[in-house]
Design a protein around this ligand. Structure first.
Ligand code: HEM
Length: 421
C-alpha cells in the first residue's frame, strides 16, 4: 500500500519516518520529535503516510489554504488503495462537511451551522446547568471516601445528554451510540473490527432516521430530515449526506468534549496552585478551559487533508499534489515557536492564550461554543460542590488507546479528600 507514498514523502534530513503510536502513550515524545524535525514531518499513521504539521503558524496557513482539501475521493490518489484495509477508513470515507471541500463544504455546513450559533447555544445554558446538577447529585450520593471515576460519571454523560437532547436521541440509543463513537476514536482496532463498528453505527443511524421520519419531533434530526425531504433547489442533503452528517455530529459532539472536561479536571487536581487562582478570582473558568484546550488538545491528530497542488513550504520542503497532511493539534498547542520553552506548563494566566484545539479556517469546529459552555459549566459546578476534590492517591493517569483522542482511560477521584476505603 505504501511503497509509492514512501518514496514521495522521503524525509529530507534522512531521518527514519516517525511512526505514530496508536496507543497514545508516545504522544509527548512524538511532539518533541515533531518540533525537532521542522514544520512538516513525514509520519506513518497505522500504515498510511502523511505529512504531520505541528507548527501552529504553518497549520493555520494550510488549514485555510484552498490548495488543501479534505475530500479524499477527489484529491487523494491513494484513497481507493488505502480504504479497504485501513482501520481509520471512516475518517476519510464519510460524506459530510468534515470531508468536503470548497462549495460542497459550504453547502453541507450551512444546513447545520445555524443550530450551533452562539445564540442557539446560549439558549441551552439552563439545560446544561440542570443536567450538570443532576449528575453531581448522583455523584454526591456516594459515601465519603469512595473513589468515583469522573470521566465515567461526569465527563461522559454530560456531552452525551446534551447532544442527545439536541438531536432528539432516544435514551436507549444513547449508550449504544457511545460504544460505537468510542470505537471510531480508537486506533487499536483491526481493519475488520473498525469496519464492523462502522456497519453497526450506520445501522443505528438508519434506525434513528426511520424512527424520526415516522414520528418527527422538535429536534435537529427531524429538522435535517425535513430539510432533505422538502428542499427542491438542489441544496438539500442526499440520504448518504444526511446519515453521515448525523454520524459526524454525534461523534464530534461526544468524545472531544469528554476529553476536554476530563483533561481540565485532571490538570486542576494536579496543579492546585492553578485551581487556587480561580478560587481567589485571579483567573476565570474560561481561562481554565482555554488553557486546558491549549495544553492538552482533545483531538491530538486529525486525519486527513490532501494537497490539491504542489505546496512549497519554508525551508525547501514541498508537499506534492495528492500527498496527505495530518493536522497535529496536540503538538501545535505546545509548540515552542508560539509558546516558548514552557509550552507543556499548565498556566491559566498565560498571556498567549490562542490555540488550535478547535482547528482553524473553514473547517473550524462548529461545536466550539457548545463545548466551551459545557466545560465551563461542569468545572464551575464540580469545584463549587466538591471544594476538596482530590485525585485518588496512587493514581497514574493513563491515556485512552488512541492517537486521535487525547484523554484518560479513567479519572478516579475522592470527593472530599478523605482516604480511600
Ligand atoms: C472540546 C470539544 C471539541 C473539540 C476539541 C473539537 C475539535 C474539532 C476540530 C479540531 C475540528 C476541525 C477539524 C479539522 O481540522 O478539519 C472540529 C470540527 C468539527 N466539530 Fe468539533 N470539537 C469539539 C466539540 C464539538 C462539538 C460539541 C460538536 C457538535 C455538537 C462538534 C462538531 C464539529 C463539527 C460538525 C466539525 C466539522 C466542521 C467542518 O468540517 O466544517 N465539535 N472539531
Amino acid at each position: 500500500m505504501d511503497d509509492q507514498m514512501d518514496d514521495q514523502l522521503a524525509q529530507p534530513q534522512g531521518c527514519p519516518r516517525l511512526v505514530l503510536d496508536p496507543t497514545g502513550r508516545g504522544r509527548d515524545a512524538e511532539s518533541a520529535e515533531l518540533f525537532a524535525r521542522g514544520p512538516a514531518t513525514p509520519v506513518d499513521i497505522l500504515g498510511v503516510q502523511a505529512w504531520a504539521v505541528a507548527d501552529p503558524e504553518l497549520l493555520e496557513e494550510l488549514t485555510r489554504d484552498p490548495r488543501v482539501s479534505k475530500d479524499g475521493p477527489q484529491h487523494w490518489p491513494a484513497f481507493d488503495e488505502v480504504v479497504p484495509n485501513w482501520p481509520l477508513a471512516l475518517w476519510v470515507t464519510s460524506r459530510n462537511m468534515f470531508t468536503a471541500h470548497g462549495a460542497e463544504h459550504r453547502r453541507l455546513r450551512r444546513l447545520v451551522g445555524s443550530a450551533f450559533s452562539t445564540r442557539q447555544v446560549t439558549a441551552l445554558g439552563e439545560r446544561i446547568e440542570e443536567l450538570t446538577a443532576a449528575l453531581l447529585d448522583r455523584i454526591a450520593a456516594n459515601e465519603p471516601g469512595t473513589a468515583v471515576d469522573l470521566r465515567e460519571h461526569l465527563a461522559y454523560p454530560l456531552p452525551i445528554q446534551v447532544i442527545g437532547h439536541l438531536l432528539g436521541l432516544p435514551d436507549e440509543l444513547r449508550n449504544r451510540f457511545r460504544h460505537h463513537v468510542d470505537r471510531v476514536f480508537s486506533t487499536v482496532l483491526s481493519p475488520e473490527e473498525a469496519a464492523a463498528n462502522a456497519a453497526a453505527f450506520y445501522a443505528m443511524l438508519d434506525e434513528l432516521i426511520a424512527a424520526k421520519r415516522e414520528q418527527p419531533k422538535d429536534d435537529m434530526t427531524s429538522l435535517l430530515i425535513a430539510a432533505r425531504d422538502t428542499e427542491t433547489d438542489g441544496s438539500a442533503l442526499t440520504e448518504e449526506e444526511l446519515r453521515d452528517t448525523l454520524l459526524l455530529i454525534i461523534s464530534a459532539g461526544y468524545e472531544t468534549t469528554v476529553n476536554l472536561i476530563d483533561n481540565a479536571i485532571a490538570l486542576l487536581l494536579t496543579h492546585p496552585e492553578q485551581l487556587a487562582l480561580v478560587k481567589t478570582g485571579k483567573a476565570s473558568w474560561d481561562d481554565v478551559v482555554e488553557e486546558a484546550l491549549r495544553r492538552d488538545a482533545p483531538v491530538a491528530h486529525l486525519p486527513l487533508r490532501y494537497a490539491v497542488q504542489d505546496i512549497e513550504l519554508p525551508g525547501g520542503v514541498t508537499i506534492r499534489q495528492g500527498e496527505a497532511i495530518l493536522a497535529s493539534y496536540a503538538a501545535a498547542g505546545r509548540h515552542p515557536v508560539r509558546y516558548g520553552q514552557d509550552g507543556h506548563v499548565f498556566d491559566v494566566t498565560r498571556p498567549v492564550k490562542d490555540h488550535l484545539a478547535f482547528g482553524h479556517g473553514p473547517h473550524f469546529c462548529l461545536g466550539a461554543p457548545l463545548a466551551r459552555l459545557e466545560a465551563r459549566t461542569a468545572l464551575r459546578a464540580l469545584f463549587e460542590r466538591f471544594p476538596h476534590l482530590a485525585l485518588l492517591p496512587g493514581t497514574e493517569l493513563e491515556p485512552v488507546d488512541s492517537l486521535i483522542s487525547n484523554g484518560h482511560r479513567t479519572l478516579p477521584v475522592l470527593l472530599d479528600g478523605h482516604t480511600a476505603r
